[in-house]
Design a protein around this ligand. Structure first.
Ligand code: DOR
Length: 442
């Protein structure tokens, strides 16, 4: 029998995919997965020994802010994507609250031309406004666009559609799933006085759980009325979980590692402004409710909401300090530590960061470790113990809310379309990310 040949062979790792977990070789040809199985007699131009390691489908972070154009001193597409691949992330979806806003075809094309410097594969959200809603059905079909994003509550920047009429207009134009930041702007304005100067423990009071819940209730009604699929980003309250559970036919939802791991008031006392994000990290009751959503299968994806601000900005006194934390590089080790501590299974992790994005955004040929799919892999060492530090962070902002976090489980390899771009912490070759394609736009 003729010897099988591949461009790349991952040998002897424990593959985690639709079949469960087992020691398998993976053969790659032309950037795609050609065969999974026992390939002991095969030959390849490049062989990577994965003995003792786990080979996951490439991890997708479906919510990051890389700040380009406009705020490149905090991050840019090159630095953010470098942090991504150092953290085992093979693809990112990037947010539109940039300067200028990513709300027009020109702005999207500008981002795509800048994205040639990215290390990982990528797609961009088109931002919704009161003025551009009629253009959205065209914008959402452009190459490299993962969908439309609405900010119903104001966060960093001035992208905002807070009212029912505005949201209804957006949901009535176009077909793809729409991603939403769900905090009720009217309540946020009414409750802003609850922010106590210099006291970050008041952040979850000034942006209350009730404001998040009310907005998600309004949003679900509007989604039903317009018959539009929605994706509710970074859920932060226990009460939204059973509500979303009743609407799984139309609404998918995301949770972040920060909301699953950090807890008020302790984290605000310890990290002050570094712990501030929107919607806020809340208390033990809410964190337990979010874990219930993980265990019950209510959450579809984990995204990092990587949103860097400089240490100088973060040192401003509350409430002048900006909201957002870096997270793209720490998503994998933080969540693997929860796997090690048995809060979720490794299969559920893969479901949330690979199969989930594949399913709900309908990525073309990505998000599954299966024959015919892109050869994207996140290779991890489940036994490796490391402490996350500011120094390890590749984000331009130079810090992480997880400084000092003792991780068990570490990303050791990032392989994108058959190219190994990170191995044991070293970047390899040059940035070669390309736009992700989506089935609905083919
Ligand atoms: O905390 C946040 N920061 N939440 C958001 O939704 C936006 C983000 C940012 O862009 O800084």
């Amino acid at each position: 029998m003729a010897t099988k040949t591949f461009d790349l062979l991952l040998r002897g790792g424990t593959v985690v995919n639709h079949e469960g977990q087992g020691v398998r070789d993976v053969g790659v040809r032309g950037g795609r997965i050609a065969e999974i199985g026992s390939l002991a007699n095969a030959e390849a131009d490049e062989v990577i020994d994965c003995t003792g390691l786990h080979v996951l489908p490439g991890v997708i972070d479906s919510q990051v802010h890389f700040r380009e154009p406009g705020n490149e001193h905090k991050e840019d597409l090159e630095s953010g994507s470098r942090a991504a691949v150092l953290g085992g992330v093979t693809g990112v979806f990037e947010m539109p609250n940039t300067n200028p806003l990513t709300t027009t075809q020109d702005a999207i094309e500008d981002k795509l031309s800048r994205a040639k410097r990215m290390w990982c594969d990528h797609a961009f959200y088109a931002g919704a406004t009161h003025d551009n809603y009629k253009d959205l059905e065209e914008l959402e079909m452009l190459p490299g666009v993962c969908g439309v994003k609405i900010f119903m509550g104001a966060s960093t920047g001035n992208l905002l559609v807070p009212d029912d009429d505005g949201v209804r207009n957006v949901l009535s134009h176009g077909r793809r799933r729409v991603a939403i930041h769900s905090e009720d702007e009217e309540m946020l304005r009414k409750e802003a006085h609850l922010a106590r100067d210099g006291d970050w423990t008041s952040h979850p009071e000034a942006r209350s759980a009730a404001a998040a819940l009310r907005c998600t209730e309004r949003l679900l009604k509007l989604a039903r009325e317009t018959g539009r699929r929605i994706h509710v980003l970074h859920i932060s309250t226990a009460e939204e979980v059973p509500l979303l559970q009743q609407h799984k036919d139309i609404a998918t939802c995301e949770v972040t590692p920060q909301h699953l791991t950090l807890e008020g008031p302790e984290v605000y006392e310890r990290l002050k402004g570094l712990a501030q994000m929107n919607p806020p990290v809340r208390d033990a009751h809410h964190r337990a409710g979010l874990w219930q959503g993980i265990c019950q299968g209510v959450f579809d994806v984990i995204g990092s909401d990587h949103a860097p601000h400089t240490l100088e900005e973060k040192a401003k006194s509350y409430p002048a300090s900006p909201s957002g934390m870096p997270g793209v590089q720490t998503l994998v080790p933080v969540m693997l530590t929860h796997v090690a501590e048995k809060r979720l299974s490794l299969s559920r992790f893969v479901d949330l960061v690979c199969h989930g994005p594949n399913r709900i955004f309908q990525m073309a040929g990505k998000g599954r470790l299966a024959a015919g799919y892109d050869a994207d892999f996140t290779v991890v060492d489940l036994n490796r113990e490391e402490t996350i530090t500011h120094d390890w962070s590749a984000t331009k902002s130079g810090w992480t809310p997880f400084d000092g976090f003792k991780a068990k489980g570490w990303p050791v390899g990032t392989i994108i379309r058959g190219r190994c771009v990170m191995w044991q912490g070293d970047l390899i070759g040059e940035a070669g990310g390309i736009p992700i394609r989506f089935q609905e736009t083919l």
